[in-house]
Design a protein around this ligand. Structure first.
Ligand code: SF4
Length: 324
């Protein structure tokens, strides 16, 4: 078995996206916000489902700009100059209508700063047009999140941060794995197999969550399966949302090396330990010790590690650990 054998030619994963990020000229001024990382790189692996909420509710192109307004404690989406034109309910209704059609999405990439699509820190104004201190979420994105609270959501701008980028891509692939292999056939043995192959990845993200998840898995044959599944996936998602820290990676790498201890000549073992230390000092990227470990895991066919998602959480061609 090889790591490549674990990545069969699979169907592309369905991911929602703000249509302007794919180069569609749907913005208020008729422009787009093409993201080459999305439209060229991720499009190889993701089947994007583009949605422009403002166009879909009939606002037209071009259209007058809108923004979030705090109206007596309620965040509303309003025309910048004419506050009587309020689009909040239409944008929320669109999300309500779309949600049942989008149950097979494994992630969503939104355009930042948008009063419809923004996820983090969208500017809010008071009724006199002055900016407020507390940001909010775009109306469409927020309403969709009510329907799919565990769906990995990210903004295109934040994907420029290599750690956030890797974290989001990991969550999308894990979400897909869960949908395909556990949610589609919810049996204790599938949950156990899923938990087993994510062991080291979970530990890299949060040891505390990993232990809690282990306790939940132990209850799989005892408590109602739907209850355990719902709790497990909520906690699993929370765990992966933590960005993996360098020290956690180091602990995981050393732990994995332990599985090879009796097989490797001591000089090879020492050279891998040195690579892990250099990674800890941030002199080399994570991909270096991982590649070395993978090499020996394949040579010695260490079955338990061959199945570990930590070593191959997404197709290696994405090269995301080359700069971590
Ligand atoms: S940010 Fe959202 S609403 Fe605005 S143009 Fe892009 S897809 Fe349309």
């Amino acid at each position: 078995m090889t790591f490549w054998a674990l990545e069969p030619a699979m169907k592309k994963i369905k991911v929602g996206i703000s249509a302007c990020l794919l180069g569609q000229a749907v913005r208020f001024n008729g422009s787009h916000k093409n993201s080459p990382f999305c439209s060229q790189v991720l499009a190889e692996w993701f089947e994007f489902v583009p949605i422009c909420p403002e166009v879909e509710i009939g606002m037209g192109i071009p259209r007058e700009p809108i923004r979030l307004v705090n109206e007596k404690g309620q965040i509303r989406v309003k025309n910048v100059t004419d506050h009587s034109r309020d689009y909040t309910d239409q944008l929320r209704a669109l999300a309500d209508q779309k949600a049942p059609e989008l149950t097979d999405l494994c992630g969503y990439i939104f355009m930042q700063k948008s009063p419809s699509c923004g996820v983090f820190r969208v500017k809010v104004y008071n009724e006199n047009g002055m900016p407020e201190t507390n940001p909010a979420m775009g109306a469409f994105a927020h309403q969709l999140q009510q329907h799919r609270p565990l769906l990995p959501m990210e903004e295109a701008g934040r994907l420029n941060d290599i750690r956030l980028r890797e974290n989001f891509i990991i969550r999308v692939f894990a979400n897909h794995d869960w949908q395909q292999n556990v949610a589609a056939d919810p049996q204790p043995k599938n949950l156990v197999a899923f938990h087993t192959r994510y062991k080291f990845l979970l530990q890299a993200h949060s040891e505390v969550h990993y232990r809690q998840l282990g306790q939940l898995v132990a209850e799989a044959g005892v408590r109602p399966m739907d209850e355990v599944m719902a709790e497990y996936f909520g906690l699993f998602t929370a765990c992966l949302t933590h960005v993996a820290k360098i020290n956690n990676h180091v602990n995981v790498l050393l732990h994995m090396l332990g599985f090879l201890k009796s097989k490797l000549p001591s000089e090879v073992k020492m050279s891998i330990i040195k690579l892990i230390e250099r990674y800890k000092e941030q002199k080399i990227h994570l991909i270096v010790p991982i590649t070395m470990l993978k090499h020996y895991v394949e040579i010695y066919q260490i079955e338990y590690l061959l199945n570990q998602k930590y070593l191959s959480p997404y197709p290696y061609e994405l090269g995301l650990r080359n700069s971590l």
